[in-house]
Design a protein around this ligand. Structure first.
Ligand code: FES
Ligand code: ZN
Ligand code: ZN
Length: 302
């Protein structure tokens, strides 16, 4: 491999295709953290003093995000939502806890079994929509925890691959509601905390390389319950385009944010067909009252 572009002395450890950048270990890690800091600034995600809650799954993205933010000197704490998916939840939780210990930052755990009386496998036996319900449940508990504990922002590990493939899927299916909210930072309000995706300009490859060089042990298994079939089709399509035309993902995503998002966003109210209300039972923002979590709780009891 070529020499590092920065120091021109050491052999490059990583080659970043869409930046055409060969870098040694030290300068790759430096590049990664600087690019993260620039992304946070560019999108005005949060201030240097912000109290940040990192949504932790135990996978590479959330752990890399936590490590890099911590290295940049941000005040971070993690939250793991235990979904009760037997071994998978146990192992992910252990990975998350070991990592938190290593970087000496607090990790909070919310168990949906304790909170609602149900686990995701229980939901699976009741409804086919358990996987999207699972996503909503996670968002509910992350948001509630962040707000009740006065965090300024909730950050998630969504990367460029995730954002570009979901953008493709939202566009092909003209899901205007999702497009109108597809921005790497969403402001607080109406019971929602501020949300940000600081890794939105990093590819899965760059994140894996950061994890490898920082010796981060993360969970590689995917959730055994998640069907994901259609999501994968879009991800594979995007990968194919990227291979044939390097830089497609970042161009597609960044051009959307620059050229198209402002148009959608200006009319966001029109796209939100159901205005939000507040759940009378738990007080969380909801499309109707009681909210879906309170309904699940009632079902579990009954
Ligand atoms: Fe939600 Fe698997 S993580 S269904
Ligand atoms: Zn170097
Ligand atoms: Zn509720």
């Amino acid at each position: 491999m070529a020499r590092c572009r920065k120091c021109r002395q050491k052999k490059a450890d990583v080659f970043i295709p869409h930046h055409r950048l060969p870098l040694c270990k030290e300068h790759f890690l430096e590049w990664f953290e600087e690019y993260l800091a620039r992304t946070i600034k560019k999108f005005k995600m949060f201030s240097p003093e912000a109290r940040i809650l990192v949504a932790i799954s135990g996978g590479k993205d959330s752990l890399v995000l936590w490590k890099a933010l911590d290295n940049l000197g941000y005040h971070t704490e993690g939250l793991f939502v235990d979904l009760g998916i037997e071994d998978f939840s146990l192992i992910s939780r252990r990975v998350a806890e070991n990592f938190a210990e290593e970087i000496k930052r607090p990790l909070h755990v919310v168990s949906i079994k304790k909170e609602s009386g149900l686990t995701i496998p229980d939901l699976k036996s009741r409804t086919k929509k358990y996987c999207s319900l699972c996503g909503s449940i996670k968002r509910y508990f992350f948001n509630r925890f962040a707000r009740q504990n006065n965090f300024d922002v909730l950050v998630t590990g969504h990367n460029l691959d995730d954002e570009a493939s979901s953008l493709l899927s939202n566009t092909i299916n003209w899901q205007l509601k999702y497009l109108a909210r597809k921005y790497p930072v969403l402001p607080e309000g109406n019971g929602f905390v501020r949300k940000a995706k600081p890794l939105c300009r990093f590819t899965a490859f760059e994140i894996k390389e950061y994890a490898r060089l920082q010796k981060i042990e993360y969970l590689t298994e995917r959730c055994p319950l998640s069907p994901e079939a259609t999501r994968l089709v879009y991800a594979e399509l995007m990968d194919e385009l990227e291979e044939k035309m390097p830089g497609t993902k970042i161009r597609f995503y960044m051009d959307y944010l620059r050229k198209v998002y402002p148009i959608f966003n200006r009319q966001v109210e029109d796209f939100l067909d159901r205005p939000l209300t507040q759940c009378e039972t738990c007080g969380e923002p909801a499309v109707s009252s009681p909210c879906f979590v309170c309904k699940l709780k009632a079902e579990a009891k009954g």
